[in-house]
Design a binder for this molecule. Structure first.
Ligand SMILES: Oc1cc(-c2ccc(F)cc2)cc2cccnc12
Ligand SMILES: [Mg+2]
Length: 217
């Protein structure tokens, strides 16, 4: 069939999820991935840790690198306060198109902005073009060799402040070469590793890394 996995997932969500209900969209997406087709969402276990971070941090400005179909964007935004917002960056236009639909289905289009560009280009524009002063939460979930490039860009742009959280997916599978050494070796962060199951695979272990910025403003 001419459809992509992501389009099939969106179709399933439109047919089975309750419109305007982010919880229903997430539950339905998890059901799709467990019963129909696997997809690289953060999923339940990683999602629970993300939920806890957002609940505790109460961020006003969030940046996600790697939107895919918008699962973690919805997961983050459903807990954001009314004036808070999430900018999520996806380089793949087909993924970005599906993500925009998923965000709309969840009723979160006023909180989430999906930007279809390369993360390396947008980070330098966040202050001037996207009216960002500081980032309270950064979720790294794009191509693994870009984690270290992009965290250095974010530091260069002075986008973090004391207490900002950088949360990284897949630090074990596929792994983020150089990132763990960099962030754990830096005096500007306090990092915690969480051993979690790889999304929708109860017999595979992955890891996520939560790093709190303690460096100079
Ligand atoms: O959570 C993820 C998982 C994988 C992945 C896919 C297939 C595998 F066999 C192993 C790992 C890729 C990602 C790429 C970008 C963001 N997240 C990913
Ligand atoms: Mg991932």
């Amino acid at each position: 069939k001419g459809t992509t996995r992501e389009q099939r997932a969106l179709k399933y969500l439109k047919e089975h999820a309750r419109e305007g209900d982010p919880d229903s969209v997430l539950e339905t997406f998890d059901e799709f991935c467990r019963t129909q087709e696997w997809a690289m969402n953060a999923a339940e276990e990683k999602g629970d840790i993300l939920d806890e971070i957002v609940r505790e941090l109460r961020p006003t400005t969030c940046l996600e690198l790697g939107t895919y179909c918008g699962y973690s964007a919805v997961r983050i935004a459903r807990q954001l306060s009314p004036s808070a917002r999430l900018i999520t960056v996806e380089v793949n236009p087909d993924y970005a198109a599906v993500a925009r639909e998923v965000v709309k289905l969840a009723g979160l289009q006023d909180k989430i902005e999906v930007i279809n560009v390369d993360s390396g280009d947008v980070i330098r524009e966040l202050k001037d073009k996207y009216d960002v002063t500081k980032l309270d939460l950064v979720f790294l979930d794009h191509w693994k060799y870009l984690y270290i490039r992009d965290i250095k860009l974010i530091e260069e742009e002075k986008l973090l402040k004391k207490g900002s959280v950088v949360f990284a997916d897949n630090v074990i599978i596929p792994g983020a070469p150089g990132y763990l050494e960099y962030i754990r070796g830096s005096k500007n962060y306090n990092s915690t590793f969480y051993s979690v199951h790889f999304e929708y695979m109860d017999d595979m272990k992955d890891g996520v890394e939560k790093s709190v910025y303690i460096g100079d403003e």
